[in-house]
Structures are given as C-alpha cells and as structure tokens.
Design a protein around this ligand. Structure first.
Ligand SMILES: [Zn+2]
Length: 255
C-alpha cells in the first residue's frame, strides 16, 4: 500500500485506541494493522524495508501508534488465531512438513495452542484427528479480540476515528459457510451485511437494518489472498475483513 499523509486531527491521537491511555505519557510503539503474522514473510520484509527508508513506496504496511502494554497484550491471541488458520488450511493440527511447511513449523512451535485446540469441545480429541471433515472449535473470545484490534486499527488508520468502546457486534465465519445471498451482502463494501458469527451456529444477530449510506470506498487489499478489508461509514462503523480468503469478519459500532 502507498502511505498516505495523515491529515486527521492530532488531538485524536493523544490516546491509545484500545485502552485510552495517553500515549505521550506511556511507553508506546507502532502496531501493524492487520496483524503482521497474517501476511507472508516476503511482504513483511518489504514492509520493514520501507519503514527503514529503503523500500518501495507501495510496500508500506498500515500501522498505528498504541501503548506498548496493549500492543504486546495482543500477541498471544494473534498467535492463537495464526495457529487456528494454519491448522484449518492444512486440515490438521499436525500438518505434514513436506506439504505444509509453514503450518507445520508454526504449529510445532506452539504446542500449548495445539493442546488447547485439542481440548476444546469437551475434550473430544478424536474429533481433531485427521478425519474428514476437519473441524476446530476455537476459543471465540481470543479470535474476537484479534478481529476487534484490527478493526479498530483500520478505522483509526484510515479514518482517524478512535473507537474505544466495545463494538456492538463482532462476527466471524468461514466464507464458504455463507449462502450466496449472505456472500453478496458481505462482499458489498459500503454497507453492513449483518454477518452471522461462527462458531455460534444457529444464532442470529438482532438485525438493525441500516439506511444505505454513501460508500466510502471498496475493499482494500493489503496482500492478495492474505488480507483485505472494507470500512463502511454510514450510521454505524462497520469494518469487514477477509483473512486468507477463508475467514470473513465483520465488526460494527452503532453510533
Ligand atoms: Zn493501550
């Protein structure tokens, strides 16, 4: 992405978007949105080169300044989500290093996460062996925290809008689980689609239909196949993301 000079009100930048701490008064650093580990190594390296002033101007990776406590506090959950994605894409908690080298390496070095994922769903670990279909029941709170972190970061980075309140709705669901109609609504960038979340299968969000607002922009691709997002900016702030063209997420703040 090209770095755009930020003209948003500097007064809004005085507080950490996650905890509200005055960033000038506490240790702070730059946090990548989206979570850097969701992108390929190649892109991360190009982004780091850009930050050092030696890279291509299109290699800027979006970052926001947050307090260091929040920044490091997200790491375990970000790592957890990364493991979930790798396991799902590889179809196993113990992927073959020959066919899935990156997944194998990540999951091997996160035994605690693998153990936790095996023990989910009442310890029915036989569910998680290499049977088809491979199913995981990840800790929704952990996944949700990463989604909200990134959604907040996108809204702040792109619009200068700090959204410190807890979002009103957070949903995430594999794209393949969406019906054709749901998929169409979700892919439409300028509106909320009222995505129904996973893993609460069967639940329905209370639908507050929003008036059709002006489309702020379409989808922004951070890395093809890895991460894209769209922000809708009507009566609510809605941040949609697609992670690895697998997981659709939608975070809403009704204002
Ligand atoms: Zn903070």
């Amino acid at each position: 992405m090209r770095e755009i000079e930020d003209f948003t009100d500097d007064r809004l930048k005085a507080w950490c978007i996650h905890c509200g701490a005055p960033v000038a008064d506490v240790p702070n650093n730059r946090d990548h949105v989206p979570t850097k580990s969701l992108l390929t190594k190649e892109l991360r390296k190009r982004g780091a080169d850009y930050d050092r002033g030696v890279g291509d101007e299109m290699d800027y990776l979006p970052q926001v300044t947050v307090c260091r406590t929040c920044n490091s506090g997200f790491s375990p959950d970000e790592n957890y989500l990364l493991c979930v994605l790798h396991a799902v894409m590889a179809g196993s908690l113990y992927p073959d290093p020959k066919t899935h080298p990156e997944a194998a390496s990540i999951l091997r070095s996160n035994r605690n996460v693998v153990r936790a994922l095996k023990q989910a769903q009442d310890g029915q670990s036989s569910l998680f062996d290499d049977h088809e279909p491979f199913a995981l029941f990840p800790d929704a709170d952990k996944v949700r925290r990463v989604i909200v972190k990134n959604a907040r970061g996108h809204a702040y980075h792109d619009m200068g809008e700090p959204l410190r309140d807890e979002p009103d709705d957070v949903a995430f669901v594999p794209l393949i689980r969406l019906s054709a109609e749901q998929r169409e609504a979700f892919e439409k960038a300028g509106t909320a689609s009222h995505l129904v979340g996973w893993p609460e299968v069967g639940s329905r969000l209370t639908v507050h239909l929003l008036a059709e607002g002006p489309m702020v922009d379409g989808w922004i691709t951070v890395e093809p196949g890895r991460y894209r997002y769209a922000i809708a900016w009507a009566e609510a702030v809605t941040v949609k993301t697609v992670i690895w063209e697998y997981l659709a997420t939608e975070t809403c703040w009704y204002r």
